[in-house]
Design a protein around this ligand. Sequence first.
Ligand SMILES: [Ca+2]
Length: 383
Amino acid sequence: MGRRLLAPAGVVLAGLLAATAFVPARAQTPSPSPERRITTETGPLSVRVVAGGLVHPWGLAVLPDGRMLVTERPGRLRLVTRDGAVSAPLGGVPAVFAQGQGGLLDVALDPDFATNGLVYVSYAEPGDGGASTAVARGKLGETALGDVTVIFRQLPKVSGGNHFGSRLAFARDGNLFVTTGERFKFDPAQDLGSHLGKIIRIRPDGSVPPDNPFVGKPGARPEIWSYGHRNVQGAAIHPDTGILWEHEMGPRGGDELNIPQAGKNYGWPLVSWGTHYDGRPIPLPPTRPDLSDAIRQWTPVIAPSGMAFYTAERIRGWRGSLLIGGLMARGIVRLTLDGERVTAEERIPLGARIRNVTQGLDGEVLALTDEDDGKILRLAPAE
Ligand SMILES: [Ca+2]
């Protein structure tokens, strides 16, 4: 945050040490929003900063009234008005494991939010053995979440601060997909007795849909939808087919776009289009007939961290595109699709690590920058 630059060094240090407990007492007021223009294949876009001063914002959900719910990874959930006024942190958010990649992660609205006011958050939850990904839901009030209950806990909890996933996506049948990571533990992604490295499918109250693929299979956790995943930080339901798509971080190379089907194995760590960070080889070939392969892979990586299908007309030429936020790509990766095939790719550089991409109510695109002074960006056609 800019004001840190004005503080004496000791104050800065104290501020950093207290950062996880720091709770502003009052709402932040909107600051003027500078506009940048960028050139794209389909025309010029305007990029505005809707709000700044967010610490590693991670998840964003647009309310029916146009306000935005945004998570900050250290454990805060805030409301942001359309013109960028940022609320004080909402109460009722569960305590999070804010280390490494852990913290408060995604936020999603119940499909019936307009009538029931329910909101879901995913987060790294501390507990016996370390931490794991969890999902809680509560009723949104003006200053807090009420009646908060935990509806999913990834088991087992393990040590370390890597690969928590996590995104939330509601299917049209009302079931909730929760993406996870393998917590940088590799082999558990292949173990059906563990939730590590799995995509989870649950009802909104956390119960198991009876048609999940491993229900009744001895030793398997019934919440599992698909397995062999590494670190899934993007998920969205295709607007035409209603089917879940996801992307996941590869190791050194090998980021993947997948369309995960019930009960299928997506290969990690048996195969990968990338290599391990420490140079250990992953057996070639990069996929096998008995495993489900990605529909696209990126080497070098883009570090995908959030996706949305663009369904509006507002940005000309983008309807039907899949937009993916890239940490390493430092922008949005726009994929043109023909059914389940990627036919073209355009990079939209934004000059910052992009944590998440969402479509706004008016067909604008909202993106979060992964920074200490993180921002909500709004992309729209240049006037
Ligand atoms: Ca794979």
